[in-house]
Write a new protein. Sequence first.
Length: 137
Amino acid sequence: MQYWLMKSEPDVWSIDQQKKAGKKGAPWDGVRNYQAAKNLRSMKKGDKCFFYHSNIGKEIVGIVEVIKEHYLDKTDQSGRFVAVTVKFIEKLKKPVGLGEIKKNKQLGHLSLIKQSRLSVMPIDSKSWKILNNMGKI
């Protein structure tokens, strides 16, 4: 299993909307950055992902799981980009803000800090554990 972080603007798709999608999950689509799309293609069923609210909040708010591996993104007219389907697992007891993440020296290598515009990124297992602890899980 691999770990990831996926960003969504909460006024477009929020953790609460993801939760309401239930066990059938929802497509994670609309990704148009080639590096982020490559990351979507690398995801496997069962991978866990942090759900990050970008722009508004700038914080990790929950965890989702990949339940369907990459397929053509129906919102992409060019046919070049893919989507995955994810389902809600849980909300963090305490959202983990970007400022808090930046203050933790053990997390300074994360793409979230180094490539702030990247919307889908891998998270190493050590950082996954640290962030879970920060989120009180």
